[in-house]
Design a protein around this ligand. Structure first.
Ligand code: NIG
Ligand code: FE
Length: 403
């Protein structure tokens, strides 16, 4: 069957990431292959070898990797919070700003005023594409009314249909308590009405909650897990970000696919994760942007054999970056990860955390041709250069994107 134009990339240095999810020391193994050719047929990797026959483009030994996968983004929100940023630069804290009615609530107000959510999502997707992101998870969470949350998820459905990136939608129903409503009443609304409707309409794959003092409790997350389980949805959780709350253990006990943030997680939480299928998703850009100093203990997690994942946490408050390249740099400079560990965390491990690792996350025959060609020949350069436009070309499903 002939579909889209076939493609032959000659003379690339491949970081294949073949061989499945990487835990612990294996995160350093990029499964490199030098001086090979890659043939793409009908949007998939068809052949990899030293001398694939046919006409192709010489890539001059440049590095080819799987497209990057960002598993924690708040893709659609109204406006921005540059004003709060200016205050934080002068010493105000995220917590103080939230207590004064800013923070997430400010974005709830700005999102309520938006009439074109798809256009906002499109702009942010383009920013991500320029940074090599070909698949991403996208959370709702900036409406905190049932119709508003559904509207954000519908925008994700429309954007996914338009492409080019693949979008995995998450209902972040418990992000902030709606103004003028009891916490318990909102949790009940989400569990009894919103989750069943979202599941019935196929608008989300996961649910999520911000488990934190002043936001939602461990018991709220337990109720959410029950409702998600009944509706057949998976779970990802924001835990242990600002205060240590036993969040990693909670995520494990609820069978969540991921426990995200983990800045305050200590030994017990890491041990719980090591004994589970719950994957740790680290978001160092949110620590940096909030001017905090306590990063998640990535080294202890890797030493404990965990399959660490990195993501941007792209959002207007705590992490206004669409760039996994910046996140990889932070992971190395601030958390002591190696550049190879960082790349594993944003490709094959990220794919596994979304349950997509049989189709994407590595360059192997049969997988989808989601690829980035870098203006570099050494994989360490991806995390090393800061702010350089290293992404040279991007393909999604074998189609090259104009950037
Ligand atoms: O992941 N923690 C909750 N949500 C975001 C921040 C949201 C905001 O400040 O708007 C986060 O860091
Ligand atoms: Fe987040």
């Amino acid at each position: 069957m002939q579909g889209m134009a076939d493609l032959l990339l000659r003379n690339v240095r491949l970081a294949t990431l073949a061989g499945g999810v990487r835990r612990g020391a294996a995160m350093n193994d990029l499964a490199l292959r030098d001086g090979v050719d890659v043939r793409i047929v009908d949007g998939r990797i068809a052949e990899i070898g030293p001398e694939v026959s046919g006409d192709g483009e010489d890539c001059g030994g440049r590095l080819l990797t799987p497209g990057l996968i960002d598993v924690h983004t708040h893709l659609i929100f109204g406006g921005c919070r540059a004003g709060e940023f200016a205050h934080r630069c002068q010493g105000a804290t995220y917590e103080q700003i939230a207590a004064a009615g800013g923070g997430i609530r400010s974005t709830l107000r700005q999102t309520a005023e938006c009439d074109d959510l798809v256009a906002i999502g499109r702009k942010h997707l383009d920013w991500m594409l320029a940074n090599g992101t070909t698949t991403l998870e996208a959370k709702s969470g900036y409406a905190m009314t049932s119709p508003g949350e559904i509207a954000i998820l519908e925008a994700y459905r429309d954007l996914a249909e338009q492409g080019p990136q693949r979008i995995v939608p998450t209902l972040l129903g418990l992000h902030a308590v709606p103004v003028g409503m009891d916490r318990e009443a909102w949790v009940a609304e989400v569990c009894d009405h919103l989750i069943p409707e979202v599941a019935r309409r196929g608008l989300a794959k996961y649910v999520d909650a911000f488990v934190e003092q002043g936001y939602f409790t461990l018991d709220d997350a337990r109720l959410l897990a029950l409702a998600a389980g009944k509706a057949g949805l998976g779970m990802r959780l924001h835990v242990d970000q600002l205060t240590a709350g036993g969040g990693a253990e909670l995520a494990v006990s609820l069978g969540a696919s991921t426990a995200d943030h983990l800045e305050q997680t200590g030994r017990a939480g890491i041990a719980a994760l090591a004994d589970s299928k719950t994957m740790p998703v680290l978001l160092p850009a949110s620590v940096y942007a909030l001017r905090k100093s306590k990063y998640p203990d990535a080294r202890a997690m890797i030493d404990a054999g965990l399959p660490v994942v990195l993501a941007t946490d792209f959002n207007p408050g705590s992490s206004p970056t669409p760039s996994l390249l910046f996140v990889m740099n932070l992971a190395c400079v601030m958390m002591g990860m190696s550049p190879a560990e960082a790349l594993s965390a944003c490709t094959i491990n990220a794919a596994a955390s979304l349950g997509l690792d049989t189709g994407i996350g590595s360059i192997e025959v049969g997988k989808r041709a989601d690829l980035v060609l870098w203006d570099a020949d050494d994989p360490a350069q991806i995390a090393y250069w800061i702010g350089a436009p290293l992404v040279k070309r991007v393909w999604i499903g074998g189609s090259e994107l104009r950037m």
